[in-house]
Ligand binder design. Sequence first.
Ligand SMILES: Cc1ncc(COP(=O)(O)O)c(C=O)c1O
Length: 390
Amino acid sequence: MKFRVPMSSPDITEKEREAVLRVLSTRHLSMGPEYRAFEQAIEEYVGVKHAIAVNSGTAGLHLCIRAAGIEPGDLVITTPFSFMASSNVILFEQAVPVFVDADPMTGNIDPVQVAQAAADINEGGEAAKKWLPRKGVQAGAKLKAILPLDIFGQPADMDPIREVAEQYGLKIIEDSCEAIGATYKGRKAGLLGDYGVFAFYPNKQMTTAEGGVVVTNDDEAASLMRALRNQGRAEGDTWLEHSYLGYNYRMHELSAALGRVQVARLDELLDQREKVAQYYEKHLAKLPVETINVVEDTTRMSWFVYVVRVENGVDRDKLIRKMGEVGVPARPYFAPIHLQAFMVERFGFELGDYPVTEDLGRRGLALPFSGVMTEEQVIIVSEVLGELLG
Ligand SMILES: Cc1ncc(COP(=O)(O)O)c(C=O)c1O
């Protein structure tokens, strides 16, 4: 192996190490002062009334599904060009994802199709059928919510989606797991719907090792989600009183302490990532790959991954193998959700159902990316890619 470029790396300094060690020398490893302080730091950064810290982005999305009142059989409009978790949380409640395809430009959910799907489902009958999965849908199932996501750190086109939600009385759960700090027309990602979720796995813009946070300005939903993450204990319940069916989705104190330092550094972390993205932009300029289109409405991109699209006819998976052989890792990103085995089995999806998602899934290539990557490393990746693409 010639090179050793890591696929991603967290940006951890002495400050983070000290914060975590400080917690370890107390007796409060969970449910201490750190998680609330972390939540307050997020509330301030995002400019939101409530932040609810949880132990993963997936847990946060699941809480939103519960808060939105989604019940077995209900329909939720979302996109198959996403990370699996955004659809899985719908299935956790035995509800049904209604997929609409992605916008080929950004990879984000196509708002025109969202509007059409909502209108047709509302009308019912034959019009609705075009959008619904072939099987696994109950007669008279109700459309309850829209779950868009801010892909690769770029916010979805949310204004038209909000119009649809208002027209049909739907909740919006914004999966901002990839987009903390991004802005859409000057507004913060995560606040563009009723509830937003950020995730903090180590490859993310900021990390808590594992973890996530829900943000919302809805007081009632926030207090329900606080109860649900803590075994269903409502405010005032004792340790063995559980007003609701809940979960243990709590974030522990070590994660929260780490997260507090990272939020304080977040703008710096985002600027670093922006710089690395610019290195790529420069060094990939002459290569036969498409880079991410950052649209005008994205007033701040929060670079999460660096995904390029190879040309039609390039064997992307062979390319990944060849890059790996010289120590430059790369990954497909994403694999279409509707083609995962259990999705096919449960809902009868077929190849060809969502052509844009499938095309992006076939041609997408995530390159090594992090805020601590050097320009030299970007040059190595670009040169290796260039050589292999001829
Ligand atoms: C779009 C999207 N949604 C949800 C998640 C789930 O977050 P977590 O891995 O923290 O559960 C991720 C994480 O990568 C994601 O990218």
